[in-house]
Design a protein around this ligand. Sequence first.
Ligand code: KIV
Length: 262
Amino acid sequence: MATIHDLAGWKREGRKFPMLTAYDFPTAQILDEAGIPVLLVGDSVANNILGYENTLPVTMEEMLHHARAVSRGAKNALLVGDMPFLSYQTSTEEAIRNAGRFLKEGGMHAVKIEGPFLDLAEALVSRGIPVMGHLGLTPQSVHAMGGYRVQARSDEAAERLLADAHSLEKSGIFSLVLEGIPSEVARRVTESVSVPTIGIGAGPHCDGQVLVITDLLGLGGGTYPKFVKPYANLREEITRAVRAFADEVEAGEFPDQQHSYS
Ligand code: KIV
C-alpha cells in the first residue's frame, strides 16, 4: 500500500507520480488496479457527480458516503479525503472532529485542506492525521477570487504563495496541491520545499500531477479548461452504447435467445 513516506521518497528520487480523484467503488477499483498510487475523494464530487454548481454545497455526510465507497474499492492506493467547505474553517475543534471522521468512518488515510491554515495543519498532524495542503486556485474561495482565475500572477502574489508553501511545510503537511498558477511559480515552490507538490493547471515542474477523473475520461459535456487533457471520450461511448440498447429494444431485437432463459 502506498504511504505518505513513499511520496517523500519519490520526491527525493525525483520520481514523478500521478494522483486522480475517485468518487465511487468501481472507479476506485479500476484506478487502484491500474496502479494509481494516490486517490483523492475530492470535494469536486459536488460539481462533477452530484450536479451542484460548485464545490461549496457538498456536506461532510456526502463526502463520507463517497469516501466509504472509494475505500471499499481501493486496496493499494493512499486515500485522501477532501475536507468540504466549512468543515474546517470554523474552529480547530470542529476541524479535528471532521478530519478524524474521514479516517475513522470514511476509510481515508489522510485529509486535504485548502488555503494556508497553518495552525490547523499542525493541530491535525500532531493528532496523527496526515495533511495534504492546497494553494493557488482554491475552488472553495471561488467567490472571494471573483471566479476560477489563475492565481499568483503578480510578483507579490507569487512571493505570498511561496511563503505560504514554506509555512505549510513547517506545519507538517506531507504534500501540497498547487492549482491554477503559472508554471514558473510552481517550479519555484517545487524546488524550494521538501514535500512533494502535486499540480493541476500548474505546469510540468511539479513532483506529481492530478486530474479530476471525469475530465480525464471525457465524461463532462461542453468544453474543458486549458489544463485538462481528456484521455478518452466516455460521454460519446456511453451515448453510443445506450442508443444501441434503446434501438434494439425498440426493434424487438433485445433480448434475443442468447440473453433469455429457456
Ligand atoms: O476536489 C478536487 O478535485 C481537488 C483537486 C482539483 C486537487 O481538490
